[in-house]
Write a new protein. Structure first.
Length: 84
């Protein structure tokens, strides 16, 4: 079993947060939901070489910027410590 470096999880979380801030500022609200759904669909095709399963949580985060119940659900999971 391989060991992770201590900062790997935090680095990924910071990159995700920077991406979400950039999307919130530059993409109009109606288009954000569409981009999020496209990322989720692309993540479901993660077995293909260019696409990856990493797109699913990123798509959920982008879609959550416009869907209030999804935003509350994601924020509640982060308040309980590390996301599950």
């Amino acid at each position: 079993m391989t060991k992770r470096r201590p900062g790997t999880f935090d680095k990924i979380r910071r990159m995700n947060q920077r991406f979400l801030v950039r999307v919130r500022r530059k993409v109009p609200p109606g288009l954000r939901l569409l981009v999020g759904l496209l990322l989720i669909i692309g993540g479901l095709l993660g077995f293909l070489p260019v696409l990856g399963f990493w797109m699913i949580p990123l798509g959920l985060g982008v879609a959550a910027l416009d869907v209030l119940p999804l935003w509350r659900w994601l924020r509640g999971r982060q308040r309980n410590g590390r996301p599950k």
